[in-house]
Design a protein around this ligand. Structure first.
Ligand code: GLC
Length: 674
C-alpha cells in the first residue's frame, strides 16, 4: 500500500507519472518538525536501512550521514556523503517495514544513526515536498510497489549488453580503429567503443573535430561492419562562442539558465566559459534533445551524458575570490598553517554551493532557484535526449546513460557510477551500489571497470571484469594520463579473453533477467537479505549478491586472494570456468565455504532446482544465438521452470516472447508449447 503525504507546495519533478491521492493523516512513526524541516524516526536495534541508490558505504546504510546532492566527486573516500546522483528512496526493515520516497529536487540529508545511533533524521532544505510511505510484507514487495509507481525502467538496445572499450584519450579515428583491430585480431569480444570529449571540436557539443575525425559517419558505418557501435559523450555545458549555432540560438531563444539579473549564467567546464541549457524548461528541453539529431544522422546509436550534476569548475567570480584571498596572504610570514590555508582556499571556493545559488531556471513562466532543483538537472538533460529519440528514432532503442541522475530518470536512461579510481575499495563500493540502484529503478548500470582515475594493475582489471561480466553496462573506462587499460596491454591475454567471452556465454540469461526485471518492476541484483529475510547471516552478507532468479555472484575483490569465503544460505551448485576451457561443477551445502578462484577464473552459484540459459558465445552480441540456448542446471529432484524472455533486441516496444522451459526430476530441460 502506498500513502502520499504533502508538505507545503513542492516544485514539480515529474518523477511519478500518476500520483496517488494524498491523505490528511500524519506520517506514521515519524516526528515531523516543520520549523527544522525534518522527519525523525526512532531506530530499533534490529532495523536495517536499504536504498539511497548511488552512494557511499554499505548495502545496509545504517551508521553514516548521506546527502542527496549531485556532486562531481572523483576522489571519494569513505567519508564522502554524496556522489554523482541523488536517489531519495529508502526502506526501513526491522521492527516495522516500510519504504519512504521523498519527491523533492533540493538537498536532503539522511542522518542514519550518525548523530545518535538509534535515530534516523531526514532533513530537507525547504519544506516543500511530497513524501510517499510504502508498506508491504517484504522488502521486495515494497520495492516492487515503488517501482510500479515510478514507471518502467529504461530498456537499452541489446547490443549495449556487449563489452565496451573506452578511454579519455582516444583522440582520432586511428585510435578507435586500433582498439577495434586489436580486439578482433586477438579474439577479444567487443560491441562498442566510446568517444570521449576529444571527438568534438573544442569540446563543443554536437560538433565533430574536422581534423581528427574527418568522417565520423564513415567511421561509424565502417565500425558497424565489424559489429562495433560508436558511443559519443555529450556534456551538459555549452561553450559560449559567437558563431557556434548552439550557443547563439540558445542565447537568442532564452534557453540557457540565467543569473540573478536574468543574463545567461556563465561557468567554466571543459570548453572554458560555458552556458547551461535550461533543461527544466520544457521548450528548452525539446530544443536540446533535437540537437542529438546531427549525430543520429551520422549513424550514431548511443550516447553518454556527462558533467550534468551540473559540474562547474569555476565562475569568473569564484576565480576572482580565489585570487583576492590568495593575494591577501602575500607578505604574511608563512607558518605551519600556510600550506593548509592556501590549499583550503582553493578547495573551499571550487564547487561551493553559492555558485548553484546564483543560477536560475525558467519553467512555465516561473523563475526557480537552481538550488531548489539541483538534483533534477542530469535527469532532465537525459530526458531531453530520450524524449527527442521518441520521434527521431521512432522504432528503435537508443543507448543512453548519464552520470548524474535522480529517480524519474530511470525511465529515460541508465546511469554509470561516475568517476571512480583504480582502487580495490572502489571495486567493492561499486559492487554494493548495484542493488541500491535497482531499488531506485536504475537497472542499466555499471562502473568504470578497472577504475577511471589512478593506475590500474593487471589483477585489479581482471577481478573488476569478473564483476563486470554480470553488470548490464560492461565498460572499461580510464582517465587521461593514467596507465593504459585496454585488456590487450596486459600479459594474461588468454585470461582476459576467457573472462570477456564468458559475458557472451551468459548473455541469454543476463538479457532475459534484465528484461523481466524492467517489464515486471523487479530487482536484478538483490542483497541476500531480501531473498533470505529470516537468515541473520544473509542479512549481514554484503559481498555477495543474487542476480536474477537463479544465480548468486561472489566476486573476488581482494588483491592477491586466490579464492574467498562464501556464505550459502541454502545448498547451491558452484560453477568454476577456467581459461583452459574446463568447467568445474561442485555442489556445496548451506554454510561457509572457502572457494578457490584463480585470477582468471569465473565463478558463480546456481540455486537448487533453477536453470541458467547460456549460449556458446560470440565476438559481439549480434553473433550470440539467443534462439538456441542450452542450460546450466542444478536439479535436486523437483520439477523446475525457467521463463526465458527474448526479443529482437532493438524495437522500442520490447514486446518479446516468454518461453517456459521445464526441467524434469532428472534434469532434462524442454520448452513447453506456447
Ligand atoms: C568526466 C567523466 C569521465 C570522462 C571525463 C572527460 O570526468 O566522468 O568519464 O572521461 O569527464 O570527458
Amino acid at each position: 500500500m502506498i500513502q502520499r503525504y504533502v508538505y507545503g507546495n513542492m516544485i514539480e519533478t515529474d518523477t511519478i507519472p500518476v500520483k496517488p491521492e494524498a491523505g490528511n493523516e500524519p506520517l506514521p512513526g515519524f516526528t515531523v518538525d516543520e520549523k527544522e524541516h525534518s522527519f525523525t524516526y526512532p531506530l530499533g536495534k534490529e532495523d536495517r536501512i536499504y536504498g539511497l541508490g548511488e552512494n557511499v558505504r554499505g548495502i545496509n546504510k545504517r551508521g553514516w550521514i548521506y546527502q542527496s546532492w549531485a556532486s562531481d566527486n572523483p576522489d571519494h573516500l569513505e567519508d564522502a556523503v554524496s556522489l554523482y546522483a541523488a536517489h531519495n528512496f529508502l526502506v526501513v526493515d526491522g521492527e516495522e517495514r516500510f519504504g519512504l520516497f521523498l519527491d523533492y529536487g533540493g538537498k536532503v540529508t539522511y542522518d542514519i544513526g550518525y548523530t545518535e545511533m538509534n535515530r534516523l533524521t531526514i532533513r530537507v532544505n525547504d519544506f516543500n515536498l511530497d513524501v510517499y510511505r510504502i508498506s508491504g510484507d517484504s522488502v521486495l514487495s515494497i520495492v516492487q510497489q515503488f517501482r510500479e509507481m515510478i514507471g518502467r525502467s529504461y530498456i537499452p538496445p541489446r547490443w549495449a549488453f556487449g563489452f565496451g572499450q573506452s578511454r579519455w584519450g582516444y583522440v582520432c579515428e586511428a585510435d578507435v580503429r586500433q582498439v577495434v583491430r586489436k580486439h578482433r585480431e586477438l579474439g577479444l569480444p567487443l560491441d562498442s567503443v566510446y568517444l570521449d570529449i576529444d571527438y568534438m571540436d573544442s569540446y563543443k557539443d554536437f560538433t565533430v573535430n574536422p581534423e581528427r575525425f574527418p568522417d565520423l559517419a564513415g567511421l561509424a558505418s565502417e565500425m558497424a561492419g565489424q559489429g562495433v557501435h560508436l558511443v559519443p559523450i555529450i556534456d551538459a555545458a555549452i561553450k559560449k562562442e559567437e558563431g557556434y549555432p548552439v550557443s547563439d540560438e540558445g542565447i537568442r531563444k532564452g534557453y540557457f539558465c540565467t543569473d540573478k539579473d536574468g543574463k545567461p549564467f556563465e561557468g567554466a567546464v571543459w570548453p572554458g566559459i560555458s552556458l547551461f541549457p535550461d533543461v527544466l524548461n520544457p521548450e528548452a528541453r525539446k530544443w536540446f534533445g533535437r540537437l542529438y539529431k546531427v549525430l543520429l544522422d551520422m549513424g550514431i546509436e548511443g550516447f553518454w551524458n556527462d558533467m550534468n550534476e551540473p559540474s562547474i569548475f569555476y565562475t569568473e567570480a569564484s576565480l576572482e575570490e580565489i585570487r583576492t584571498r590568495l593575494m591577501d596572504t602575500v607578505g604574511a610570514t608563512p607558518d605551519v598553517n600556510t600550506f593548509f590555508e592556501l590549499t583550503g582556499i582553493i578547495r573551499e571556493v571550487f564547487q561551493k554551493d553559492e555558485i548553484y545559488d546564483s543560477i536560475y531556471h525558467h519553467v512555465n513562466g516561473k523563475r526557480i532557484r537552481h538550488t531548489d532543483v539541483h538534483n533534477l538537472y542530469g535527469y532532465n538533460m537525459t530526458r531531453a535526449a530520450a524524449e527527442a529519440f521518441e520521434t527521431l528514432a521512432k522504432d528503435r532503442r537508443i543507448l543512453l546513460f548519464s552520470r548524474s541522475s535522480c529517480i524519474g530518470m530511470h525511465r529515460f536512461g541508465g546511469t554509470w557510477m561516475g568517476d571512480n579510481k583504480s582502487w580495490w575499495s572502489h571495486l567493492a563500493l561499486n559492487f554494493r551500489m548495484l542493488p541500491s540502484l535497482n531499488m531506485c529503478g536504475f537497472l542499466y548500470t555499471g562502473a568504470d571497470l578497472g577504475g577511471f582515475g589512478s593506475d590500474v594493475t593487471e589483477d585489479l582489471l581482471m577481478r573488476w571484469l569478473e564483476l563486470g561480466i554480470f553488470t548490464p553496462l560492461m565498460r572499461n573506462h580510464s582517465a587521461l594520463g593514467t596507465r593504459e587499460q585496454e585488456v590487450y596491454r596486459f600479459s594474461d591475454l588468454d585470461g582476459f579473453r576467457h573472462v570477456l567471452r564468458m559475458r557472451y556465454v551468459l548473455l541469454p540469461y543476463l538479457y532475459s533477467e534484465y528484461m523481466k526485471a524492467a517489464l515486471d518492476n523487479k530487482m536484478l541484483f538483490c542483497p541476500l537479505a531480501f531473498d533470505y529475510p529470516e537468515d541473520r547471516r544473509a542479512q549481514e552478507t554484503e559481498d555477495q549478491l543474487m542476480l536474477g532468479d537463479s544465480l548468486m555472484i561472489a566476486p573476488v575483490m581482494q588483491q592477491n586472494a586466490r579464492g574467498r569465503m562464501v556464505y550459502l544460505p541454502e545448498s547451491m551448485k558452484l560453477f568454476r570456468f577456467l581459461k583452459d576451457g574446463k568447467a568445474i561443477e561442485t555442489v556445496l551445502g548451506p554454510g561457509d565455504h572457502y572457494v578457490e578462484c584463480e585470477l582468471s577464473d569465473v565463478i558463480f552459484f546456481l540455486r537448487p532446482d533453477h536453470l541458467i540459459p547460456v549460449s556458446s558465445g560470440g565476438n559481439c552480441v549480434a553473433e550470440v544465438d539467443f534462439d538456441h540456448v542450452h542450460f546450466l542446471t542444478y536439479p535436486v529432484g523437483n520439477e523446475a521452470c525457467y521463463e526465458y524472455y527474448t526479443d529482437d533486441g532493438i524495437s522500442r516496444q520490447a514486446a518479446g516472447t516468454r518461453i517456459l522451459y521445464r526441467m524434469d526430476e532428472d534434469g532434462e530441460v524442454k520448452a513447453l508449447p506456447q
